[in-house]
Write a protein that binds this ligand. Structure first.
Ligand SMILES: NC(=O)c1ccc[n+]([C@@H]2O[C@H](COP(=O)([O-])OP(=O)(O)OC[C@H]3O[C@@H](n4cnc5c(N)ncnc54)[C@H](OP(=O)(O)O)[C@@H]3O)[C@@H](O)[C@H]2O)c1
Length: 292
């Protein structure tokens, strides 16, 4: 399998490079070799790699900063996926693209399914939704995998932040009213590789038959408050912690430039039904991440 991976320095891309390598020849590119704001550069990079699979792990992921840089966010999150989808289609390749739970406004109150109507609350979410729509419109073989609360221990994430705070602050205030599905970047990368391995002999037609949007999460969800408590409990270097108490708080106590959905848990049954692929419960994946 010839795979072009974009965004290999990111949380997810880093792990993807390490898991996709078992499937064949991986060309991994990142900024500035390819700048996703440069249409001609994207097209040139894809054509010269001539992949069967393009895995797009890039994203303008600075949710708050996106509010003041909507054009850059749109170029990376909306326009670039459209170009990648066009190039994949023209080459007879398949595109694997990642999206977000933030396409929803959080008002449903139970896990979102793929047919629920998105209603983004901010620029990041809006541009990610436009990216999804562009990929779907282009056709060809594609998977859009919607993630929620992705983390790694390599780059800044909620997990690394909680570990840092736990070494500095005796009392932590964590919100109880934000609910989602935490997923370790390695788990998401391994699940992507397993999914590709299932159709490996005839990968593009196999994916074309299953093209669509999938919620790419484990079976359960949690609040940031419970997640933070689990991070503290599972920290292998607990003696370094100074935190004695984790207290419940509300999102309204921590204003941010971008609005976020409060309840953005995703239902992954379509993924299970289509591929027989079950991502683990969030706490199992967290324990494995902490033990690395
Ligand atoms: N993080 C989350 O909680 C979360 C939740 C749901 C969905 N997602 C989605 O999952 C995917 C991966 O997220 P992530 O957290 O792994 O992202 P990340 O760590 O922020 O990495 C983003 C990647 O995109 C690259 N990139 C940014 N601007 C670029 C440009 N102009 N040209 C080329 N490359 C560029 C970055 O390169 P540099 O390293 O050089 O900046 C990096 O490799 C994204 O589609 C994101 O929207 C993330």
């Amino acid at each position: 399998m010839r795979i072009l991976l974009l965004g290999y320095t990111g949380q997810l891309g880093w792990e993807l490079e390490r898991t996709l390598v078992c499937l064949g020849e991986v060309t991994a590119l990142d900024y500035p070799t390819v700048d996703l704001r440069d249409e001609a550069g994207i097209r040139k990079a894809v054509r010269s790699a001539a992949p069967q699979i393009i895995v797009n792990a890039t994203g303008y992921t600075a949710v708050d900063k996106a509010e003041s840089e909507p054009d850059v966010a749109a170029a990376i999150n909306a326009r670039a996926p459209a170009i990648l989808a066009e190039e994949a289609h023209a080459l007879g390749a398949a595109l694997i693209h990642y999206s977000t739970d933030y396409v929803f406004d959080g008002s449903k109150g139970s896990p979102y399914v793929e047919t629920d109507t998105p209603h983004p609350l901010g620029v990041y979410a809006q541009t990610k939704l436009e990216g999804e729509q562009a990929v779907q419109k282009t056709g060809g073989a594609f998977l859009i995998l919607r993630l929620s609360w992705l983390y790694s221990l390599r780059r800044d994430s909620f997990v690394t932040k909680v570990l840092g705070w736990s070494r500095q602050q005796p009392v932590l205030h964590m919100v109880t009213d934000q609910v989602g599905n935490p997923i370790w970047a390695r788990t998401a990368a391994e699940a992507t590789a397993q999914l590709l391995a299932m159709g490996s002999i005839n990968i593009v037609p196999w994916l074309a038959e299953r093209s669509g949007l999938y919620h790419f999460t484990g079976p359960d969800h949690t609040s940031r408050y419970e997640w933070a408590k689990a991070i503290i409990r599972l920290d292998p270097r607990r003696p370094e912690q100074v935190t004695e108490q984790v207290l419940p708080a509300l999102t309204s106590e921590f204003p941010t430039p971008a609005r976020r959905p409060l309840y953005s848990a995703l239902d992954s049954r379509r993924l299970v039904d289509t591929f027989g692929l079950r991502l683990p419960p969030w706490e199992i994946s967290l324990r494995l991440a902490m033990e690395v």
